[in-house]
Write a new protein. Structure first.
Length: 260
């Protein structure tokens, strides 16, 4: 069973898109609500949006299964990433709109959650860790870039309208000040998209867990409002809008590759 694909690049950059997957095994799908069958909380088309990164020499890891099976950007202990705020867990039982993922009484047991972690979560993280170490050994440094997207208005998770581009560096802990300044400079130099740094989305488990800036391993999360590159209702990719977004993302990745 393929649970992820890994493209091994040559540059000190690994793009991880942990919420790209849409596959749900039949035994789980049979227990989902009709609305959850659409897997609406997917980070739609993110691997496509970042496909150009391979031409820059970046590695890319892409899962096949939905976050409804297991959320790869949560820790095994399922500790909340944002204490005091609504969020979803390791094996989500509520959607981003606050409605249930499962039919009544069909939520996964603790044993089932552990089994999913063993089948889907650990292999992804082992591959991610190994690729980071390979690139670090080759270059003495590496940037882990976490590509994410989300609907721009979700009252269950945040108030109002989310900025177009949401840069996260774990409140400054996952990247050097120099890299953070360069990324902010890229965002400040463009006027097409509004943005924020370490706002509502500051980086999830992957960003926080793997970053070791003092050792030369930096991690950055970019959460993109989906209106920037797609239709939020139909989930259709918008080539024109996506091309514009890619210009900014390409400039950000160029800074990530720049070192420091």
């Amino acid at each position: 069973m393929d649970i992820f694909t890994l493209h091994r690049g040559t540059a000190p950059l690994l793009v991880s898109v942990p919420h790209e997957g849409t596959r749900v095994p039949d035994d789980i799908a049979a227990r989902l609500t009709p609305e959850a069958h659409r897997v609406p909380d997917t980070d739609w088309h993110i691997a496509r949006l970042y496909a150009f990164a391979k031409d820059l020499g970046a590695s890319m890891i892409v899962p096949t299964h939905s976050r409804y099976v297991v959320d790869l950007n949560r820790g095994e202990d399922d500790v909340s990433l944002y204490p005091g705020q609504n969020t979803t867990g390791l094996c989500p039982v509520v959607r981003f709109d606050g409605e249930p993922v499962y039919l009544d009484g069909q939520q996964p047991s603790e044993d089932e959650v552990r089994a999913r972690v063993g089948t889907y979560w650990r292999p992804y993280h082992a591959a991610l860790r190994d690729e980071l170490e390979r690139l670090h050994a080759a270059h003495g440094r590496v940037v882990l870039w976490e590509g994410h997207s989300i609907r721009g208005e979700l009252p269950f998770l945040f108030d109002g309208r989310l900025p177009d581009l949401n840069l996260g560096t774990a409140n400054g802990a996952s990247a050097t000040p120099a890299l953070q300044r360069r990324l902010e400079a890229v965002l400040s130099a463009q006027s097409r998209h509004d943005w924020i740094h370490n706002g509502r989305f500051r980086g999830g488990y992957i960003t926080r867990h793997y970053a070791e800036p003092a050792r030369g391993i930096q991690a950055v999360q970019l959460e993109i409002s989906q209106r920037v590159y797609m239709d939020e209702d139909s989930f259709a990719y918008d080539e024109a809008r996506a091309t514009q977004a890619q210009e900014t993302i390409r400039a950000l990745l160029a800074e990530a590759l720049g070192g420091g």
